[in-house]
Write a protein of this length. Structure first.
Length: 126
């Protein structure tokens, strides 16, 4: 029976899966948009939303809890300063998953995981 066992295993051992989720959440918060497989995106969305909720609290304990997952002080600083202001009035739903079709090599379902307020950077015209 699978009582109280939630989440996808994603074909990895527990330490590998935890490290992968931490790395991908860090990349998502740093770049505000990543391309990954759909099952990974659905798992990462859960953790990323929790990190933004911690940032909205904004106290020292929340910052330390975020540092336990994110592991990059610059990304945590961005989360608690810039992203906190953007999502302060929003009650959840901070990320969006956009299905993009299947990958050519192995037909894995791919998706774009991005923050809701994501704006593509305008390239400098030279």
């Amino acid at each position: 029976m699978k009582h109280r066992n939630t989440g996808r295993r994603l074909g990895r051992t527990t330490p590998h899966r935890k490290a992968m989720v931490r790395n991908m959440v860090t990349s998502l918060l740093e770049h505000e948009r990543i391309v990954t497989t759909t099952p990974k995106a659905k798992e990462i969305r859960k953790v990323a939303d929790k990190m933004i909720t911690l940032a909205k609290r904004g106290d020292l304990h929340a910052r330390r809890q975020a540092l336990a997952v994110i592991r990059d002080t610059k990304v945590v600083a961005k989360l608690f300063e810039k992203l906190r202001e953007e999502y302060q009035d929003r009650n959840g739903g901070y990320t969006r998953i956009i299905q993009t079709g299947n990958r050519n090599g192995d037909a894995a379902p791919m998706a774009i995981l991005e923050l809701v307020n994501y704006q593509p950077a305008k390239e400098a015209e030279a």
